[in-house]
Design a protein around this ligand. Structure first.
Ligand SMILES: Nc1ncnc2c1ncn2[C@@H]1O[C@H](COP(=O)(O)OP(=O)(O)OP(=O)(O)O)[C@@H](O)[C@H]1O
Length: 267
């Protein structure tokens, strides 16, 4: 679903992220960890062609689209529908005067999700995803997407300022699901949340990838969180990947002194 080869992102003469190889398959979770400024978010944004003003080279393929060479139309087709970006403070991106339900409905219409059975991929394969809603219609798709992230669909009647940071992040994930996302790219997915809600959101992400085969690329400085969900971990430092391997290996037998440092800093 995501394949990156020899990605280099530079601002002026400074290379801020260099990623030799990164692959995320369906149902997999890959995490990028590292200290602030190490190039994690830049890598995530580059995967969707969103690093404005940067010189970007290499190969990036997301849902079959050659991101660095695709026309804007092809990029728009994957952004927001097939590949959804969940950012640190989703509330800031929501229009304050529009109820969440209206926001979600507008996004679904924009991407042609009607909730009619004709759009269903395979109801047996993906129950409750766009078009396959047993309740039918766009309202059914919206309600099921909320329930998939453990939000009461009544939240759709609220305004963005009436929900918590955790609910906002779950709403962003619900929106991605309603749109039929195959890939979720999440930047510090639980940064705004307290510990209990964090565990809930991670549980939701874990279940979604198991049940729907979602591919997850997560950026986080929280190694404890990453250890509960990632299959594969990339450790970045000063724009370079210093270690990359299966999560179990990176956490139990770290090969790089910097990874050991990060692990030792864990409470
Ligand atoms: N638009 C930009 N112009 C110039 N430099 C930038 C730009 N965006 C990011 N950088 C630089 O690139 C480096 C990597 O930033 P990035 O946001 O990818 O780090 P990060 O590891 O995600 O950090 P954090 O955890 O704080 O979000 C930083 O030194 C940052 O200052």
């Amino acid at each position: 679903m995501i394949s990156i080869r020899d990605l280099r992102v530079a601002y002026g003469t400074r290379v801020v992220a260099h990623v030799p190889a990164l692959d995320v398959g369906a149902g997999e979770c890959v995490a990028i960890v590292g200290e602030s400024g190490s190039g994690k978010s830049t890598t995530l944004l580059a995967a969707l062609g969103l690093t404005e003003g940067a010189d970007v080279s290499g190969e990036v393929t997301v849902c079959g689209v050659d991101v660095l060479r695709a026309r804007p139309r092809a990029l728009r087709a994957i952004r927001g529908s097939k590949a959804a970006l969940v950012i640190q403070s989703p509330q800031a991106a929501l229009s304050p005067t529009t109820r969440l339900g209206a926001l979600m409905r507008r996004a679904l219409r924009l991407h042609g999700v009607t909730g009619r059975p004709s759009r269903a991929k395979s109801p047996s394969e993906e129950p409750g995803v766009p078009g396959g809603s047993p309740r039918g219609g766009i309202d059914g798709v919206m309600a099921e997407a909320c329930e998939a992230v453990m939000l009461d669909p009544a939240i759709l009647r609220r305004y963005p300022h009436e929900i918590s940071g955790g609910q906002a992040q779950r709403f962003a994930i619900a929106l991605a699901i309603a749109l039929g996302a195959e890939v979720i790219l999440a930047d510090e997915p639980t940064s705004a949340l307290d510990v209990t809600v964090q565990a809930e959101v991670v549980g939701v992400l874990r279940r979604l990838r198991e049940e729907r085969g979602l591919a997850l690329l997560i950026v986080s400085h929280d190694l404890a969180l990453v250890s509960t969900i990632a299959d594969h971990v990339l450790v970045m430092k000063d724009g370079e990947v210093v270690e990359s391997g299966p999560a179990a290996q990176v956490f139990t037998r770290p090969g790089h002194p910097y990874t050991r440092e990060l692990l030792e800093a864990l409470p």
